[in-house]
Design a protein around this ligand. Structure first.
Ligand SMILES: [Zn+2]
Length: 423
């Protein structure tokens, strides 16, 4: 069974509406054959518009070195609809098509800023989705009807603390996973919740491979074993699929099994991370972690599997938005800060510490250290220093935040920054 998921989309609402948080509610949806036909057609048009625009953009970028604006892509879409060949694009709602152009524009913005990979073509076998903004759906008394369909969608609402009849989504997303399941996501701008009760506690978190994390309190949270088992299943199905002939019936069946195994790994991982991050945010007012460049480390083939399983990037994302929501202070310590090699008692810095060394004795003060616990204590100390600086109105300022994934490696040592979420 899919676990319903409520997640925050971004740390703030639209500019100037800082008191809102954007929340998403995701649930299963069961379209009728008529609705499924309309939405599947929309998926196809969204994919076509994305791929055609992307191809055109890439060609221009590579031959003329020119960037394409959103306005130009929108004008091209209008021209395609007027032509004979692609006139069928007018048969579906225009909103999801324009939304896909917006997403592509953002994707290129992220690419040019060095935050993301070059956008890729969408495949027929991958996840399909269509974004409907307010003008393209009607929500009345808890019933949702999409543009170009005549009947309300049947969906399984499982958020019992949220009154569906009063729900006022700014956007709904219909999606179909490769395993054939349909989902509906409601994006809602909600009032910012009251801050959580202060605990008077601060915690440093060291992320690792054997254990997902070790806290400065000495708590260890291991990566769950069932994740590894599920991942092994996935690998087995993938090998089986690779042996089937392309386009064959067997291959299609194998593909569905792979998609299902993917879903299980993803859901198990999300569930584990959500429980871990929620418990952490509940336990402390200040949470400090190290900025590990996830992308750089995943490139190392030997560690890749384990790191993807540990999902550091997702862990950090959840921790950050939950800290924001609860009014906690979230501190990210520079990733070249030698947290493992520094003695947390006397400050002695070792010249070198091999990855395989789990325990060491400080030559300065003779303290025997557990590698990860010592690192977590140093991260906490660095986090405390940053929040003190911020409180006394130091250079960093209270609203400095590091956006998106880790910055590219630079020779300049960056100072740790604090993100204080006042409510
Ligand atoms: Zn020492």
């Amino acid at each position: 069974m899919h676990k319903p998921e409520a997640r925050r989309l971004s740390s703030h609402g639209a500019p100037g509406r800082l008191w809102f948080v954007r929340t998403a509610y995701k649930c299963r949806v069961y379209p009728t054959p008529e609705q499924a036909a309309v939405v599947t057609r929309t998926f196809g048009c969204v994919r076509l518009v994305w791929n055609k625009t992307l191809t055109e953009r890439s060609r221009r970028y590579h031959t003329e070195g020119a960037r394409t604006s959103y306005r130009e892509t929108d004008a091209a879409l209008t021209a395609w609809k007027r032509g004979k060949e692609l006139a069928f694009l007018s048969e579906v709602s225009c909103v999801p098509l324009q939304q896909t152009l917006r997403h592509q524009h953002t994707a290129f913005g992220n690419f040019f800023a060095g935050r993301a990979r070059y956008p890729r073509l969408k495949s027929r076998t991958g996840r399909q989705s269509a974004h409907y903004t307010r003008s393209a759906f009607r929500m009345r008394n808890g019933e949702l009807t999409l543009a170009k369909t005549s009947t309300p969608l049947r969906f399984a609402w499982s958020f019992h603390n949220v009154d569906l009849a009063k729900l006022d989504p700014t956007m709904v997303v219909v999606s179909r996973e490769p395993d054939g399941r349909w989902y509906l996501t409601f994006a809602v701008d909600a009032d910012k919740p009251a801050p959580a009760e202060p605990t008077g506690h601060a915690v440093g978190v060291d992320l690792g491979l054997t254990d997902l994390l070790v806290t400065s309190d000495g708590e260890r949270i291991a990566n769950p074993r069932h994740l590894a088992r599920k991942a092994r299943n996935l690998a087995r199905y993938q090998r089986r699929m690779a042996r089937c002939q392309r386009g064959s019936r067997n291959r299609r069946q194998a593909q569905t099994k792979v998609a299902r195994a993917h879903r299980k790994v993803r859901n198990a991982r999300q569930d584990f991370l959500h429980r871990t991050t929620t418990a952490l945010v509940r336990s402390a007012d200040v949470i400090a972690i190290e900025d590990l460049s996830v992308r750089n480390m995943v490139r190392n083939r030997h560690l890749a599997r384990a790191i993807s399983d540990a999902s550091w990037g997702e862990f950090r994302r959840q921790l950050e938005y939950k800290c924001n929501r609860a009014g906690r202070t979230f501190v990210v310590i520079d990733r070249w800060f030698p947290s493992s090699k520094t003695c947390s008692v006397c400050g002695h810095v070792l010249a070198e510490l091999a990855l395989t060394v789990r325990h060491w004795t400080c030559p300065g003060c003779r303290t025997r250290h557990d590698r990860d616990l010592n690192a977590a204590k140093n991260i906490l100390a660095a986090g405390r220093a940053v929040t003190r600086d911020t409180a006394s109105g130091d250079a960093c300022g209270a609203d400095v935040r590091r956006q998106g994934p880790s910055l590219p490696r630079s020779a300049v040592k960056q100072e740790p920054r604090a993100v204080r979420h006042s409510s």
